[in-house]
Design a binder for this molecule. Sequence first.
Ligand code: B12
Length: 579
Amino acid sequence: MKYDLVLVHSPSIFDFRKKPVMFGPVSDVVPSTPVFEMYPIGFAVLADYLEKHGFKVKIVNLALMMLLDKDFDPEKYLRKIETNAFGLDLHWLPHVQGALEVAKLIKKIHPKTPIIFGGLSSSYYHRELVQYPFVDMVLKGDSTEEPFRILLDILRKNRGNGNGTSLFEVPNLTWKDKEGNIHCQPIEFVPEKWNHSRINYLKIIQMVFRDREIKPYLPFKDFLRYPIVASFLCRGGFKDCAICGGSRYAFKEFYGRKQPAVRDPELLAEDIADASKYFNGPIFLVGDIQAPGKEYAYKFLEELKKKKINNMVAFEFWNLPDDDILTKINESLKHWSFEISCESQDFEVRKKFGKSVYSNEDFKEAILRGFEKGAERIDVYMMTGIPYQTKESILRIPDFVDELYEYVGPHKKKLLCFAAPLAPFVDPGSLAFEKPQYYGFRITARTLEEHKEHILRPSWKYWMNYESEYISRDDLVEATYLCGLMINEVKRKHGVLDEQTANRVQHNIKNAMAIIEEVDKIYHSSSSREEVEEKLSKFSKDMVRYSLSTVCEKRELEWNVPSIKKFRVFNILKSLIRM
Ligand code: B12
């Protein structure tokens, strides 16, 4: 089959299957493994939009295919693909090495096929990116559906000629012409609302059947066991969190967006209802429904109520939810929960973080109220390594977690608390990356090449692109693991984790700490990368093993799936026949 576009998602480190790397707990609180095999949900949005406009699109989750099968040969697989263009995401900066290597490989196999990069990190680094001989174009911004349609149309008609004149018609595009000159169109396609496209899960299922291949489309390793899907409130940022590359500041300065593009409340409710037609797993609503205003939240919940949804819907809150919101959520859904990040128990650290300011007392009260109003579960997140946070401050997190469990009393088994590090990178475009001096940060990698060099180092301690004047790297890594150990004990004490799980987490953390010590010794006593890798090769298996479920057990993140049937097979088949 010949495609117009093949979207490829790369692993964070291309040869992760051979390299000895201590990834650390960088992915402990997201569904992916440290290879970051989850592709941007934007792939699904782009595929739906472009297919609707008559283009044939395929998704290839190369990272996942490499992860699932140690003998899978990416070169052999990519060689068989026929397409007018390849689209590669460099959305999350930790993919810098993997995405560049995959682009190089594709260029070697298909020298005449354009390679187009996209995603937030690509947009930030567009000029540096197109200078690589194997990168032809970058489509910038958070909304590339329509620019991509125009570009694919040009490529299909073969008008993208040598001097690239017709490419001037494509908004948001940076590209290199045959003479090697770089052209940058400004980011002008920035819709004020997000109503022009959607996440169409059925479309992905249809593509699986069309291509008779499921693996390239799976979003992450455990999806078939735990099918969590998501719906999104908006594009852009409402808040100015210091370390966030998706903040209001970052979008305004680097991605051409002055205001977040919010989805109409009716459409958002429809998205959730649509996902619930095909999946029985939890639906995570990304973005705080309170952010666009109370009226918005009420309208959305009113619409949601009409849909009579059975799935667990997990909300995300940036501000503390008030009683009205919690009551209305409870009236709209059978099963619901929420997650909230208070960043730190330290009021001063939280205040300077720049998201929301509330006292610990108010926070605890909001969690208790959440349970009383009917939340089936609440997840609380905190971070280590954020600006102004000292080692002592990190080591006090477990006391606060203990206080929280005491406070919610009978609800404690439904409360899950996590603390994970700001790693591997502080996001480019964030305030702390752009104005590090105000946050006591020193940035150790700025360019793509510098980040690539960091990520090829042997452990997450040396990957980090920042140093804080409030805590050394050694202390940050140690305090993160110690904090994980202590939180684990708090959860054991309150019966939140069974003995077996708590023992496993304890074992993982202790082993991870021992490996970090070994890596440090080898790293500091070797004179070349090859020597480090050779000496570390005997720890390879353990380095992978103790990079999973360390600061917490990964399954702790999982919300209950109310039905044993994870997929609504009858509805899927019915919709496929109708299409
Ligand atoms: C939801 C979310 C997640 C979800 C992932 C959902 C998903 N599959 O996409 C979860 C919680 C799993 C997650 C995890 C991580 N995230 Co996150 N995430 C977000 C968040 C809050 C919203 C993203 C969003 O709205 N997407 C909406 C969809 C429609 O847009 P999209 O996928 O970006 O796609 C559009 C464009 O990016 C572009 N595009 C994307 N790919 C491509 C490819 C091509 C070829 C082209 C042309 C265009 C293109 O076009 C699409 C639409 O037209 C943002 C913050 C924000 N305000 O944006 C952070 C954010 C993107 N995440 C970030 C980070 C750092 C991570 C992690 C690395 C954190 C960690 N250490 O674990 C992991 C990586 C996980 C992985 N890959 O396995 C940073 C990225 C900063 C950077 N420049 O690197 C952000 C900006 C902020 C943050 N710190 O959370 N994340």
